[in-house]
Design a binder for this molecule. Structure first.
Ligand code: FAD
Length: 509
């Protein structure tokens, strides 16, 4: 008999999860996705990680189709502006390409010896290519391959629509547009069925809660608690707008630009067809009107061709935190139903991909196995959430900004997680390295910490200086410089490449 899986929610989390599962299981499983016609998906979430490439490839969507239909562009990391001092020329990069041979080379020492060269430029070539507005590949590089590591900027609404079409037309996912009104529980506390307004009872072996921040099944129905993180992550609000480009020749940025502001930070994302811009802020430090003024100021300075009357601002509430457990009984939450924290490193969709992949890879054969898998899932994702909270906080704790109460509160002693404080203590005398992080699939490897720490000017110093192979190092640096010069000549601009792909498509090989 077929095993049934019911996914509640048709936002990005629901459709990505449906795609990941349906692409794997050839038979023996029936996947139904139910989404409410009365509750809109959140409709933001435009920055992804490089993981999205392998996810889409495995789901079976061509990269050309994806780029064309989702107005997507290439994202090569994030550029952080104004986080250290807020003065002009205060910026650093967290690029997606890891420094070559990161675990063998003391990049921190190289950086200290390099004078004024920023750490991201000492540790690789990607940030310099991003500054030049260049793409991570040429049109002849096959789909999903890249000369440099990249993820995407995409239109969230179009992305969900593409996934829906692919899931229903190619992968056989059953789609119901109906509102879940109640949930039937069995004697053992499992969910027996969700009850929909028009379709009645939908029974399943496994229920996946992708119902958004409300967490309809896991939170509301099964009563799994919520761990608040507002002590560490003080931003609880966001304003978002969509901006047209001045004209078809305006460059499409290769990174998300995150600019520190008075009471939070703005994001700036360049899609192929428009920009997505927003302000994430703390409502305890700024009213909505003040936040709108700050956003308006940013828009005027970066898009003077857009008049204030043509801007439609959307407001979002952020409740920073995550569920005590993510998989409980026969229900697992993915996406906003599992948790959310400010999108400073755009980690939400990456967590959706990782959650869906683990459900796929560890799909329990029977109910007894399910509790074992659930335990493992919960441990893995609790660890991941803790690392996210910690890594996002790292962007604030090293800031020298004290210009507003917001910045003073953001870096106060009790706003810093204990484990992060311990790590910072060790890093005072050595840079982050492999064994600081214990998982095989770390969300943020030691190199990511290094980009942020040293990008913010943090210095490690030790009495125990270590030997290094100077000749080998110089050889590697020469090769990197050669690569930079080659790429500088060969890579098209982001906009130029997107225009060619729209016309000719990428090679499928
Ligand atoms: C300001 C902001 C910026 C963000 N930026 C990024 C980013 O750059 N990168 C990133 O990775 N993430 C980002 N995110 C997060 C990202 O938007 C979400 O993780 C992503 O969209 C997934 O949302 P979701 O599918 O879990 O929830 P939603 O989009 O809220 O979908 C919930 C679904 O549940 C359905 N539903 C609800 N109730 C019922 C019911 N009773 N019956 C049936 N169906 C129901 C709804 O109809 C809907 O389809 C951002 C979030 C915010 C707020």
């Amino acid at each position: 008999m077929n095993k049934k899986i019911v996914i509640v929610g048709g936002g990005t989390a629901g459709w990505l999860t449906a795609g990941v599962l349906a692409a794997e299981f050839a038979g023996g499983v029936e996947i139904t996705l139910i989404e409410s016609p009365d509750v809109n998906p959140i409709g933001v979430g435009e920055g992804t990680w490089p993981t999205m490439r392998s996810t889409l490839k495995r789901i079976g969507i061509s990269e050309t189709t994806f780029l064309r239909e989702c107005s997507a562009s290439f994202k090569q990391g994030s550029k952080f502006v104004g986080w250290r001092t807020g003065e002009p020329n205060d910026f650093y990069y967290h690029p997606f390409s890891l420094p070559p041979s990161f675990n063998e080379v003391d990049y921190h020492k190289l950086w200290c010896e390099s004078g004024d060269v920023p750490f991201d430029q000492v540790a690789g070539i990607q940030s310099r290519l991003c500054e030049l507005g260049l793409a991570p590949k040429t049109i002849t590089v096959p789909e999903y391959a890249g000369a440099l590591n990249y993820g995407y900027h995409l239109n969230a609404g179009k992305f969900a629509a593409l996934l829906q079409r692919h899931c229903t037309e190619v992968l056989g996912v059953k789609h119901l547009l109906d509102h879940v009104v109640s949930v039937d529980l069995g004697d053992n506390g499992d969910i027996d069925a969700v009850v929909a307004e028009n379709n009645g009872r939908l029974e399943a072996y496994l229920f996946i809660d992708c119902s958004g921040g409300r967490s309809l099944l896991l939170g509301e129905c099964l009563g799994v608690g919520f761990i608040k993180c507002d002590q560490y992550s003080i931003n609880d609000s966001a304003l978002a707008v969509q901006l047209p480009y001045a004209d078809d020749s305006e460059e499409v940025a290769s990174t998300t630009i995150a600019t520190a502001q008075e009471c939070g930070w703005t994001w700036d994302i360049g899609l192929a067809s428009r920009r997505g811009v927003g302000y994430v802020y703390s409502s305890a430090h700024s009213s909505q009107d003040q936040a709108a003024d700050c956003l308006q100021h940013y828009i005027q300075s970066t898009a003077p061709h857009v008049s204030e009357q043509n801007i439609n601002i959307r407001k979002f509430d952020i409740r920073p935190g995550y569920r005590e457990r993510f998989w409980h009984k026969n229900c697992v939450a993915v996406g906003m139903a599992a948790g959310f924290i400010e999108p400073l490193e755009a980690s939400a969709l990456a967590l959706v991909e990782l959650s869906a992949a683990m459900i796929r890879d560890e799909m329990p054969e029977n109910r007894a196995q399910m509790d074992v898998v659930a335990n493992k899932f919960n441990q893995v994702f609790q660890y991941r959430w803790q690392r996210i909270v910690e890594f996002l906080k790292l962007h604030y704790v090293l800031s020298e900004r004290r210009d507003t109460e917001y910045w003073r509160d953001a870096v106060s002693e009790n706003a810093i997680p204990g484990e992060l404080r311990e790590k910072l203590l060790l890093w005072r005398s050595r840079p982050p390295y492999l064994r600081d992080f214990m998982q095989v699939e770390e969300l943020f490897p030691a190199a990511s910490y290094a980009y942020v720490l040293f990008g913010m000017g943090f210095v490690s110093s030790s009495d125990f200086s270590r030997k290094s192979d100077a000749a080998k190092l110089q050889q590697m640096l020469r090769e990197e410089q050669k690569k930079f010069l080659n790429y500088q000549k060969a890579m098209p601009g982001n906009r130029e490449l997107l225009t060619s792909i729209a016309q000719y498509g990428l090679s499928k090989v």
